[in-house]
Design a protein around this ligand. Structure first.
Ligand code: ZN
Ligand code: ZN
Length: 144
């Protein structure tokens, strides 16, 4: 994840301030979605004076720059694990493990094309699409 993060940062056509980098690397080193306050608590280990509005502002930026997905239903955030996402339309299909909270992100062009086709057919303008699937991951299943 850390290497991916470095590649993303090297390729990005924007600069990340140290604060943005700190928050992004918190997200990049967690495979489970984090709430804004989880992020804040982790950030405070390095920046004791960090305040919630700062975190929200940075999260908005990271979502806008397609580096992070927001899972609206649970109000959490997850690092986008794909380098070559279709970043024009931030579509994502996430598989969430209900037991360990690990998140897996699917990237399959065909599926996303099918979604776009479906949307166009119904003349819907989709600017953000996030599909959530919940279940038990392989690890947790075999640990039972
Ligand atoms: Zn993504
Ligand atoms: Zn699991």
């Amino acid at each position: 994840m850390k290497n991916k993060l470095n590649t993303i940062l090297a390729d990005a056509n924007f600069t990340l301030t140290p604060l943005r980098q700190d928050i992004l690397s918190i997200l990049a080193t967690h495979q489970e979605p984090l709430g804004a306050y989880d992020i804040l608590n982790k950030l405070r280990r390095k920046r004791p004076n960090a305040e919630p509005p700062t975190v929200y502002r940075v999260l908005d930026f990271l979502i806008e720059t397609k580096l992070v997905h927001r899972i609206e239903a649970q109000n959490t955030y997850i690092f986008c694990s794909h380098l070559s996402h279709d970043k024009s339309l931030h579509k994502a299909i996430l598989l969430l493990c209900k037991s360990c909270k690990k998140t897996f992100e699917l990237e399959d062009k065909n599926i996303f094309e099918a979604i776009s086709k479906f949307a166009k057919k119904n003349v819907l303008e989709v600017d953000d699409a996030l599909i959530e699937m919940k279940g038990i991951c392989k690890n947790c299943f075999s640990a039972k």
